[in-house]
Design a binder for this molecule. Structure first.
Ligand code: ADP
Ligand code: MG
Length: 321
C-alpha cells in the first residue's frame, strides 16, 4: 500500500515556479509572501463526481477543469493567479487515475505559473476542492457592481458550446465529429480568460465569469449594480459548431440557460469603448458587444423583429427543483 505522503510526493509536489512561496507542500501549512502593494483575491470551488462531471470523465479533464473554474473566478476579478490548494477525496488510491489527474491540473498550472502550495487527501466519494489565490493592484479588482446605465455589455469568446457538449454526453446529438470534439473540449477543458481579465482592469465597470449561464450571470451583475439590460440575441457570439447545429433557429433557452461557458461578461462605459477595441485589436480571443445597460431593473433579450424572449429557467441552481 502506498502511503498518503508518498502519493503527495509523487503526484502533487512539484518544482516551484515562484519566489513568493516561502514554504510550500510538506509542513503543517504553507507560508506565502504577497506583494505589499497588492490585494489578495481568494476563491474556492468544489467539483463533485456525478454532479459537476460524470464519474467516468477522463481524469486529465477533471484535473484541468477543477483548476480552470477557479482561475476563471480570478480572471473575472482581474486578478493575476499565484497559488492554489487542493483538497482531494478519493474512493481508492488509483495511481493511474492520480497520475492523469495531476497531469491535467499541472499542465494548466504551468501555463499560468501558479503553484500548488498545500492540500489534503481523504477517503470517500470522488470530489475535489481547489482554492485559488491571486493579486490585483490595491482597490482595482473588477466587481459585479459598477455597471451604469448607458454602459456597453460585452462577452468573450462564444456562448453555449459547453451546454451542447454536455447534451451530447447525456444522449447522442446530431453533430459532425469535428463539432462534437470542439464542444466536448469546451466542456471539459475550458480555458480561463486570465489575460483578458488583466486587460480589463482599468477598462471595465463590472465583470463576472459565465459559469451558470449567460442569463443568470449577467443577472448577477444587474442585481449587484441595481440596473437592467437590453441584449440583442442576434449579437450573441455562437461558434460554427452551434451555428451548424441550430441553423436559423438557435434554441436560446438552452444557450442562455446552460452553464460551464467560463467566458467573461463585462460592462464598459461608452467613453471607454474605443480604447477597449484598440486594446483587443490583436487578441486571439474575440470580444463581442451584445447589448447595453439601462436603468429599469429588468433583463430583456430581444429577437430580430423586436420580439422579446422570456427565459423559463435562468441558470443552474443546485438547490432549485
Ligand atoms: P496535516 O495532517 O498537518 O494536515 P497532511 O498530512 O494533511 O498534514 O499534509 C501534509 C502536507 O502535504 C501538507 O503540507 C499539506 O498541505 C500537503 N498536502 C496534503 N494533501 C495534499 C494534496 N492533495 N495536494 C497538495 N498538497 C497536499
Ligand atoms: Mg491535512
Amino acid at each position: 500500500m502506498t502511503s498518503e505522503f508518498e502519493l503527495i510526493a509523487r503526484f502533487f509536489q512539484k518544482k516551484s515556479h515562484r519566489s513568493d512561496v516561502v514554504l510550500g507542500i510538506g509542513d503543517d501549512a504553507a507560508m506565502l509572501a504577497p506583494p505589499p502593494d497588492m490585494d489578495v483575491i481568494v476563491t474556492v470551488d468544489t467539483l463533485v463526481a456525478g454532479i459537476h462531471f460524470p464519474p467516468e470523465t477522463d481524469p486529465e479533464s477533471i484535473g484541468h477543469k477543477a483548476l480552470a473554474v477557479n482561475l476563471s473566478d480570478l480572471a473575472a476579478m482581474g486578478a493575476k493567479p499565484a497559488w492554489f490548494t487542493l483538497s482531494l477525496t478519493l474512493p481508492h488510491a488509483d495511481n493511474q487515475w492520480l497520475s492523469r489527474f495531476s497531469h491535467g491540473m499541472f499542465s494548466l498550472a504551468d501555463r499560468f505559473e501558479v503553484d500548488l502550495v498545500g492540500g489534503d487527501m481523504t477517503h470517500g466519494a470522488l470530489s475535489m476542492t481547489i482554492q485559488a489565490m491571486g493579486f490585483t493592484p490595491k482597490s482595482k479588482a473588477l466587481r459585479r457592481q459598477g455597471a451604469r446605465p448607458g454602459d456597453a455589455i460585452y462577452v468573450t469568446g462564444c456562448i453555449g458550446d459547453a451546454g451542447l457538449g454536455l447534451a451530447a454526453v447525456k444522449s447522442p446529438v446530431r453533430l459532425d465529429p469535428a463539432s462534437l470534439e470542439y464542444c466536448l473540449s469546451r466542456l471539459n477543458r475550458p480555458m480561463p480568460r486570465v489575460e483578458i481579465g488583466l486587460m480589463l482592469l482599468n477598462l471595465a465597470s463590472s465583470a463576472i465569469d459565465v459559469s451558470d449561464g449567460l442569463a443568470a450571470d449577467l443577472g448577477h451583475i444587474l442585481t449587484a449594480s441595481g440596473v437592467g439590460a437590453d441584449v440583442q440575441l442576434s449579437s450573441i457570439p455562437l461558434s460554427k459548431a452551434l451555428r451548424d447545429f441550430y441553423g436559423e433557429q438557435p434554441d436560446w433557452q438552452t444557450i442562455l440557460g446552460s452553464g460551464d461557458d467560463y467566458e467573461l461578461v463585462f460592462t464598459v462605459s461608452e467613453y471607454q469603448v474605443e480604447k477597449l477595441h484598440r486594446a483587443f485589436e490583436n487578441q486571439e480571443v474575440a470580444i463581442t458587444r451584445i447589448g447595453s445597460i439601462h436603468k429599469n431593473k429588468d433583463l430583456r433579450f430581444k429577437g430580430n423583429k423586436g420580439a422579446r424572449l422570456l427565459l423559463q429557467h435562468a441558470g443552474y441552481n443546485h438547490f432549485g427543483h
